[in-house]
Design a protein around this ligand. Sequence first.
Ligand SMILES: Nc1nc2c(ncn2[C@@H]2O[C@H](COP(=O)(O)OP(=O)(O)OP(=O)(O)O)[C@@H](O)[C@H]2O)c(=O)[nH]1
Ligand SMILES: [Mg+2]
Length: 214
Amino acid sequence: MKLPFPVAAPDDAAREAGTALFRVPAEFVKGVVAMSGLPPADRVEVCFAGRSNVGKSSLINALTARRNLARASNTPGRTQELNFFALSDSHYLVDLPGYGFANAPKDVVAKWQALLRAYLGGRTTLRRAFVLIDARHGAKPVDEEIFTLLDKAAVPFQIVLTKADKIKDSDVDAVLDQVRDAARRHPAAYPELIVTSSEKGRGIDDLRAIIATL
Ligand SMILES: Nc1nc2c(ncn2[C@@H]2O[C@H](COP(=O)(O)OP(=O)(O)OP(=O)(O)O)[C@@H](O)[C@H]2O)c(=O)[nH]1
Ligand SMILES: [Mg+2]
């Protein structure tokens, strides 16, 4: 069976819940460098994973309407810790270090990759992983490795295209098809996609609504 994997279209009630959840300013809680440093697993948690420079930190800033809550940067590999942000006392948003980044010292990369894998595979309250894919590039082999890891850990993941403002809508459609083909092979893939632009605000309300209804 071919699942359709449509673009998510949350209803009005979900959108209202999203607006309400994100009305309260998000707060930085801590940067975590080892599993022993994780905050207590006592609330709904979602994380933002993706290749280095895909726009994870920018997306968290757009969601929380705070320009510099998660630091975004032109320098790939900027986020080197698991950065926890609290939304009221009900949710954590977690900004993850990027993967697939070649230009850092090997031992440093190996250390965060191990932490990333331990976290994705072992965090019981992780309700959903949003895996970000650059709308210009589509899913790459390193993304597939993360999909497989999430399958094995039984963490539902939802694919979010980023930087949609950088290409034409017809090209977004082509990348959506490529991503659908990749996602269909993964049992943990949530069968709805999201198209975003942190720059233009596209998809941000939809993503808020999805997080609020988890
Ligand atoms: N045009 C455009 N640029 C974006 C968008 N989102 C992010 N960027 C740019 O892409 C670059 C990387 O963004 P980040 O948010 O730092 O990416 P990241 O995934 O957190 O990167 P690492 O922490 O290094 O893994 C920055 O220069 C952002 O301004 C978007 O929606 N549109
Ligand atoms: Mg970042």
